[in-house]
Design a protein around this ligand. Structure first.
Ligand SMILES: Cc1ncc(COP(=O)(O)O)c(C=O)c1O
Length: 432
């Protein structure tokens, strides 16, 4: 090319959760069956929407308007439903005009960072969900700025670290929280969100709260949305149906703007996001037409409660087994369907391994040149047992060494076997 056509931030776009699939497929071709513990897709793990939700979807397909475009911001009646539901809860009141639909939250995330001034940075958690951290890094063409979620303190955010970063980096314009968190399953206590709001107020920032798992918080977790404490601070909450219905293939999520009227600059930013969505015309119509019928059905919340109880039981079992290993830190999640193990400092060494067939050893060693120690563990676990988890450092932009796995397995015996195999893998690897 006579002119460089590659965006300067292009190398920052990484999504290890899916990148590891190519490696796992090669391992599968070598005859080792794969246990997919990498992608948070309930459907892929056999957890499909119940018959009554599918009936609503198939009935909606009989309506002619389902096949048309929808308004750019989203269907009026769907946004009215969401605004009404939000306003039944504690905290800020919104109108349908404060809601904007996207083709999944992945699309929303991309729009949020793409439309930010390149000099404005968003401070996000470490570990981080990679769509946020990569999009932010690519937007700024700089490494993503993070605050620590502290594994020594049940994954609570280190607020002192957060404030130190806000002081040190004057270009930070916003703080991201993910609640419940992916990959840790941490649920922010309401006073912690309040403290983040206070920091945003003090430093004149806005807040992004990714709440895609908010209806999958476990009973008694103390889940509260940003809306409950946002006060007068500009904010954006993000929601979607991928994990809830679950229907990730529908590509449907939305954002809620809070306090647009409180800051002119924030209002202009919100405007620019709506304008860029307008250029794309609109988001998927079918899931928007279905949404109020499903969420407004008396069966919806009992259905979610049943699912979260199952995730919690899975989490309890995994915690019981894995917490017996002194070299790792592991906490029981309070929401969503992920769990993260952290290797304690100094436990991972260069030449540790698991017993792996010679041809596979060659294959993975070739791909591990210059890789982080946790990636090495993950690849050895994959080649030795077929279990495919995601390394924390490269997969979740983390300064920690560890890995994330899922709580989605439907079959009890299979789940227990996977957890026990992971536990044995850790012990054998560290002892090798
Ligand atoms: C925290 C978080 N946000 C956003 C998304 C994207 O969801 P979707 O694009 O399916 O709506 C995910 C998907 O795993 C997620 O974990």
């Amino acid at each position: 090319m006579r002119t460089d056509i590659v965006h300067p931030g292009a190398d920052k776009l990484r999504y290890e959760i899916r990148e590891i699939v190519a490696v796992a497929k090669q391992v599968a071709e070598a005859g080792i069956p794969i246990v997919w513990e990498n992608i948070g897709d309930p459907v892929a793990k056999g957890e499909v929407p119940p018959a009554w939700i599918r009936k609503i979807i198939s009935d909606t397909l009989k309506e002619d308007l389902t096949f048309g475009y929808s308004p750019t911001k989203g269907l009026d009646e769907t946004r009215a439903y969401i605004a009404r539901e939000r306003n039944f809860e504690e905290g800020i009141q919104i109108t349908p005009d404060d809601i904007l639909f996207f083709n999944g939250l992945g699309d929303a995330i991309s729009h949020l960072y793409r439309n930010l001034n390149p000099h404005a940075r968003i401070l996000g958690p470490d570990p981080a969900y990679p769509t946020h951290s990569s999009s932010e890094a690519a937007h700024a063409d700089k490494p993503h700025l993070t605050y620590h979620l502290d594994p020594e303190n049940r994954w609570r955010p280190d607020l002192a670290d957060m404030e130190a970063k806000l002081r040190a980096h004057k270009d930070i314009a916003g703080i991201l929280i993910i609640n419940p968190d992916n990959p840790t399953g941490f649920v922010y206590p309401q006073e912690t969100i309040r403290a983040v709001v206070a920091l945003a107020k003090k430093y004149k920032l806005f807040i992004i709260s990714d709440e895609i798992y908010s209806n999958l918080a476990y009973e008694g977790s103390g889940m509260h949305k940003l809306a409950s404490v946002i006060d007068g601070v500009p904010g954006i909450a993000m929601r979607g149906i991928s994990k809830e219905f679950p229907w990730p293939g529908a590509r449907c999520g939305w954002i809620e703007f809070y306090n647009r009227d409180k800051d002119k600059n924030f209002d202009r930013y919100a405007h620019s996001i709506v304008a860029s969505k307008t250029l794309e015309v609109c988001s998927t119509t079918l899931p928007q037409r279905v949404l109020p019928k499903v969420m407004g059905d008396a069966r919806y919340y009992p259905y979610l409660a049943k699912r979260t109880r199952r995730y919690e039981r899975r989490a309890e079992y995994a915690h019981e087994i894995l917490s017996k290993i002194p070299s790792i830190i592991v906490h029981k999640p309070q929401g969503a369907f992920y769990m993260t193990c952290v290797f304690r400092k100094g436990t991972l060494k260069k030449n540790q391994s698991l017993s792996v067939r010679n041809d596979l050893k060659k294959f993975i060693d070739l791909r591990l040149k210059g890789a982080s120690p946790d990636k090495r563990f993950v690849y050895y676990l994959l080649a030795s047992t077929g279990i495919c988890v995601v390394p924390l450092s490269s997969g979740f932009n983390s300064s920690l060494q560890g890995f994330r796995f899922l709580l989605l397995e439907q079959n009890d015996a299979r789940f227990k076997k996977t957890i026990k195999t992971i536990a044995k893998g850790i012990v054998d690897y560290l002892a090798s």
